[in-house]
Design a protein around this ligand. Structure first.
Ligand SMILES: [Fe+2]
Length: 187
């Protein structure tokens, strides 16, 4: 607020209550949290990881009954997952909470549909194809052949939760449920 000449300055605010120890810890943790990586950085990361087969091939497991996945790396800043898709495996429409991400297909072919505005876009992802996205990306991914598929995914910050959605033309996206992502050990 600007003061006119001769106008009295407002009295200073009384000091607030001192911050509790818990609040101070939370503020400190926020300040120390590493800045998240950008989608382009994550795209480079998954491409590099994919080219080092020894880091992920030993963990490939194609289970006909369910999509198989394992966390391969975790830091406070990012994490990397391996996903193995048998024919017909899919994941419903979902987001990635506050995380940005990227993924690359290393074997087989995956299809992705993602929401952009009111539209749904579809892409076919063959080995070497890298997709990247900012937080807020809503998509579904599935394998309809011709064979099994494998992909490597990176997220930053590490996934904390994923919200699942239904979508139709009259109501748009409707959240159905939220899944928390547990902090599993890396192999
Ligand atoms: Fe996803």
């Amino acid at each position: 607020m600007a003061l006119r000449l001769g106008e009295a300055a407002p009295a200073p605010r009384p000091a607030g209550r001192p911050m509790s120890a818990l609040a101070a810890r939370i503020v400190r943790a926020e300040a120390e949290r590493p800045a998240p990586l950008a989608p382009d950085d994550l795209a480079v990361m998954v491409a590099r990881f994919a080219s080092a087969g020894g880091r992920w091939r030993p963990y490939v497991r194609h289970d006909p009954h369910r999509r198989w996945y394992v966390r391969l790396a975790w830091t406070p800043r990012h994490e990397i997952w391996l996903l193995c898709w048998e024919l017909g495996h899919t994941i419903d429409l979902h987001d990635h909470g506050t995380s940005a991400g990227a993924f690359v297909v290393t074997e087989g072919v995956l299809r992705e549909e993602y929401v952009r505005g009111d539209d749904l876009h579809r892409v076919n992802l063959r080995p070497g194809a890298v997709q990247r996205f900012a937080a807020g990306h809503v998509h579904t991914v599935w394998n309809d052949g011709p064979g099994a598929a494998t992909s490597i995914h990176a997220y930053s910050p590490p996934l904390h939760s994923m919200t699942y959605y239904t979508r139709d033309l009259s109501t748009g996206l409707q959240p159905t449920h939220v899944e928390l992502v547990p902090k599993t050990a890396v192999p």
